[in-house]
Design a protein around this ligand. Structure first.
Ligand code: GLN
Ligand code: ZN
Length: 765
């Protein structure tokens, strides 16, 4: 019985690649230094898989930035603005596409399916001259071979590549990207021939788009593509790998009917219905790569349950055709548990990061072939039992309270316009009120204070007085700028999820549990392992301290339950909705405590609500239903006069606008300036929005200072589609990544633009 790994994290157990990349970009180390770090990492990963006994070991899943960009380089699809000379693509061109350079901006980046990984979107059109311009796949294959490892080279499949692309600037939006298939396939053929010649006996094409709701045209393209490649592929064992969700029945039929393909890989963790499809019929003589070990989470596999699944599959596909695999690339989980020296031992026994998952995959494969490692299985069973029955996981009061929410509805008693009237009487805000999203610049000094307090190097008094000082500065600054609704600047927070996780029960934190987000950027999600509760208030002290420094309203600043969920590693022993309801109840208590402490405006950020949306349409309504409900639960208990704000970090919300309205917040601030047309079009099309709304008037992701007239222009555009009495003026998002020399003039201009328009409005022009 064989074992296979779909893909592996590149960053290294201690983010070695991140530091090597950033040092190279800063000009502090050479290209050779960077290449050395990368090849050492690859070698150690291959060795790890050999040692674990993995049979099908991937190569070309390493990347200096992103695997989709690697494919763009392989195909020579470099947008003309990078001035590429047509030779083998090196670091210069590659990193210019990824990050931009002094004269040209980067290519667009977007989310990889429903993960927190971002890929570089290919820009294609009828004029692209494809050519075999990066030999990375074959080079990595040879590199492994020289180390004695015969790997399975992994390529993004041609159909997924095209479906994930966008028409380049100047190309008609309706341009059919799939019409480029023949041109792209010509290059794939060269690559495949190269790999064959180098000695490869297997090849893996990742076609994750197959789990989406596809039209028949895309499925026909799939059939055509692999038919076209068939003769070139002959002599190779071809694996087509899918992941991230159930595969729709139609796609399953098309896929498994492909000629010349030896093996099909499926995500059997998220794809529970896929199991039924397989049971309903699998082509005889083909390999099934069964993804039973979760690549998206950090929990130890339930080996006994997986073995049951595998046993039943063996009956269908035959003993020698079943391969144990991961549900997707391990890119989306943390790297190695070995480095978690601070994690509590019991919790640690419940976890498996990428390095441990490799061992699990192999243990399952061996068990299937009759060589079950009894000791390994029994310690796994002990860990599963300890997790199931641990008193740290279960809090009956919380479970009861959360269960009681199900099936019922929670809404504030009065409607939004009545509430807004009541709030205005109390707050007495000018028309087009100005505000910011929460954080102010995080200075080096501030980070030092937090770090030293955490390491017990400075006392609590010192810490509190430093943070108070910072808040005082931020409050004064906002008063001087004449902003209407103030924030305290979030100086006490490292991260908007971690800050709350650390104070709630049921969360654990890692030291090195990093996951690549994009390029060299990684995130370290908290682990939600148990029922969530709030032992004591989390933000009331800081918010009331800040409020005491000003007569203007000071926003209480909280992270919403759905965002806390979506940016954490979550429990897999209960539905996500249940965990979210538990968090919602904890945030509800916080909201009510803030209100009691005299805070009249409370912002509950749901920056990540959109990204939790399931890939398949059939599952979206249910998600939106409980996610929006969870948000409403947090503030159902406040008085009419307490103004609830929420904030969202993306502008493509047109498809979920009704859910956003259904959140029933009093005011929503939302990212907008990078695509104002897109966001405002929904209102132009007649969607009624009665609550307050603040589409961002400038982009905080860039150091550029927006001129006053440009901001005024934006506000005018908004006034053309939104009533003046509901419009707020604010930046796109928090200011924590910016510096004061950027923030001061930008906010000065924002307030100036607002005043300009206010005076025009009042003079009736
Ligand atoms: N309140 C947070 C901040 O301003 C919101 C951040 C976010 O939306 N990602 O930093
Ligand atoms: Zn934001």
């Amino acid at each position: 019985m064989a074992s296979h790994i779909v893909g592996y994290p590149r960053m290294g157990p201690k983010r070695e690649l991140k530091f090597a990349l950033e040092s190279f970009w800063d000009g502090k180390s050479s290209a050779d230094d960077l290449k050395k770090v990368a090849s050492d990492l690859r070698a150690s990963i291959w060795k790890q898989m050999i040692d674990a006994g993995i049979k099908y070991i991937p190569s070309n899943t390493f990347s200096y930035y992103d695997q989709v960009l690697d494919t763009t380089a392989m195909l020579g699809a470099v947008p003309p603005r990078y001035g590429w000379n047509g030779e083998e693509i090196g670091f210069d061109t590659f990193f210019s596409m990824a990050r931009g350079n002094a004269s040209v901006p980067a290519m667009e980046m977007t989310k990889w399916f429903d993960t927190n990984y971002h890929f570089i979107v290919p820009e294609l059109g009828p004029d692209v001259n494809f050519s075999y311009a990066s030999h990375k796949a074959v080079n990595e294959y040879k590199e492994a071979k020289a180390l004695g490892v015969d790997t399975v080279p992994v390529l993004i499949g041609p159909v997924s590549y095209l479906v994930l692309s966008k028409p380049a600037k100047g190309v008609d939006k309706s341009f059919c990207l799939l019409s480029l298939l023949p041109k792209v396939l010509a290059i794939y053929k060269e690559v495949v021939a190269d790999l064959k010649q180098a000695g490869a006996s297997w090849i893996q094409f990742d076609e994750p788009i197959l789990v989406l709701d596809l039209g028949s045209q895309t499925l026909q393209a799939l059939t055509a593509a692999y038919a076209e490649l068939e003769s070139t592929l002959s002599g190779l064992n071809v694996l087509i790998e899918t992941y991230f969700a159930d595969i729709p029945a139609e796609a399953y039929q098309t896929l498994t009917a492909l000629n010349g393909v030896a093996a099909f890989g499926f995500d059997l963790v998220r794809g529970t219905k896929t199991l039924d499809l397989i049971k309903g019929g699998f082509p005889s003589g083909k390999y099934l790569f069964a993804g039973v070990v979760d690549g998206r989470n950090i929990w130890a596999n339930n080996l006994t349950a997986s073995l049951d699944t595998l046993n039943s599959l063996e009956g269908i596909v035959g003993k020698d055709k079943l391969v144990v695999s991961t549900s997707c690339s391990l890119l989306h989980t943390a790297v190695d548990l070995v480095n978690e020296t601070k994690l509590d031992n019991e919790i640690k026994s419940w976890l498996a990061f990428a390095a441990q998952k490799i061992v699990e995959v192999n243990a399952l494969a061996k068990a299937l072939s009759g060589q079950k490692d009894e000791a390994f299985f029994s310690s796994n069973a002990d860990a599963q039992a300890s997790r199931k029955f641990s008193p740290r996981v279960t809090n009956e009061a919380v479970q009861k309270a959360a269960a009681a929410l199900k099936g019922s509805d929670h809404r504030r008693a009065t409607n939004v316009s009545t509430r807004l009237d009541a709030q205005q009487k109390k707050l007495n805000l000018p028309i087009l009120p100005t505000t910011t999203i929460g954080s102010f610049p995080q200075t080096v000094e501030l980070r030092r204070v937090r770090r030293e307090y955490k390491a017990n190097k400075i006392s609590e008094e010192e810490y509190v007085s430093s943070i108070k000082e910072e808040i005082r500065k931020v409050v004064e600054l906002q008063e001087n700028l004449d902003i209407d609704v103030l924030v305290h600047g979030e100086p006490e927070r490292n991260d908007m999820v971690e800050y709350f996780g650390e104070q709630l029960s049921g969360f654990a934190f890692t030291v090195n549990g990093w996951v690549q987000s994009y390029g060299s950027r990684c995130v370290k999600p908290p682990i939600i392992y148990g029922d969530v509760s709030r032992p004591k208030p989390m933000t009331v002290f800081w918010s009331s301290t800040a409020q005491s420094m000003t007569k203007r309203p000071m926003k209480g600043m909280l992270t919403g339950p759905v965002t806390i969920l979506n940016w954490s590693f979550v429990r897999n022993d209960q539905p996500r909705s249940e965990t979210t309801y538990q968090i919602a109840l904890a945030i509800k208590d916080e909201v009510e405590d803030l209100e009691k402490a005299g805070i009249t405006v409370i912002q509950i950020d749901e920056a990540a609500l959109r990204e939790g949306l399931p890939l398949r349409k059939s599952e979206q309504a249910n998600y939106l239903d409980w996610a929006v409900h969870a948000f409403r639960i947090t503030n159902v208990g406040v008085q009419d006069t307490t103004q609830i704000h929420t904030h969202m970090c993306y502008s493509n919300f047109n498809d979920i606008i009704h859910s956003i309205i259904d959140m029933d917040a009093d005011v929503i601030t939302i990212e907008n300036s990078r695509s104002d047309e897109k966001l405002l079009s929904v209102f132009r099309e007649g969607v009624k929005y009665g609550a307050g709304i603040g589409p961002g008037v400038y982009d905080i992701h860039s150091p550029r200072i927006p001129p006053t007239d440009e901001i005024a222009d934006r506000i005018n555009k908004m006034l053309a589609v939104l009533e003046k009495n509901i419009l707020w003026v604010n930046p796109d998002c928090g200011l924590k990544t910016r510096k004061y020399p950027e923030v001061n003039p930008a906010l000065t201009n924002m307030v100036a633009a607002t005043k300009l328009i206010r005076s025009k409005l009042s003079s009736g022009k």
